[in-house]
Design a protein around this ligand. Sequence first.
Ligand SMILES: C[S@@+](CC[C@H](N)C(=O)[O-])C[C@H]1O[C@@H](n2cnc3c(N)ncnc32)[C@H](O)[C@@H]1O
Length: 248
Amino acid sequence: MQVPSLVRRRAATFRRAVGESYRAGGVPAALGEVVRLTGELFARPVRTWREQRLDRSRRLDTRAEPTIEPSGTFDDAVGYAPIPVHHFRQLLRALPLGDPREFALIDLGCGKGRTLVLAADHGFASVVGVELDARLAHIARANTVAVPAASVITGDATDYAFPPGPVVVFLFNPFGAATLTAVVTNLEISLKETPRRLIVAYFNPVHRDVLDDSPAFRLSSAARHWAIYESRTVRPATLVRGDRESRG
Ligand SMILES: C[S@@+](CC[C@H](N)C(=O)[O-])C[C@H]1O[C@@H](n2cnc3c(N)ncnc32)[C@H](O)[C@@H]1O
């Protein structure tokens, strides 16, 4: 039956997380993890209810659809799931921006565009979604029809040409290391051509080593679910096309 197996899976996750905390920090860490996970258990249904209410009031369709049609140049696309609203809002508050009106936010792999609506609410001058799957991009356009700052491009993130002004690039684990490496190379080239403030906000940063290894970025902050990088004040001559390839 469905429910008992879900309960069993959750219980296993719970035991694993508490065990890891115990091994890392003993009894106090394990107790802390128990408190955190118990809080999560009660908070989750409330958050789901709030997200559904937001979708109804803004007429959004943001339901997860994990199957993907095209898979991108490097065949490593991750299927669509929307970022939890509370996480995205926390992440926006953690960005070292000053005034968001001075920045454009680009969501590479925007899915149905939930982030575009929330980022426009946060005050970004413009919000751009790039989405490989034409059907998802179509839904993102419908979701942002009442958001003048928003635009949605159907295409591969590796083909996107970044605008020359201050930019926040948002990634919710949209693709594998091969696509991310190509995107970071494009960002390095863009920074070399136009040195400027460029922030990468990477949620569920599975392949963060790609950014850790980039000479163009430094880690600005990291939390449980994300890592935020800022462009270094680069000496443009130090970056040459093909740098990343030669580093393997
Ligand atoms: C985990 S979802 C994130 C959705 C959205 N950013 C959010 O936070 O709500 C990842 C999305 O990236 C898209 N994607 C995967 N590879 C891509 C690529 N190479 N170019 C553009 N989009 C891509 C997928 O189709 C999927 O919609």
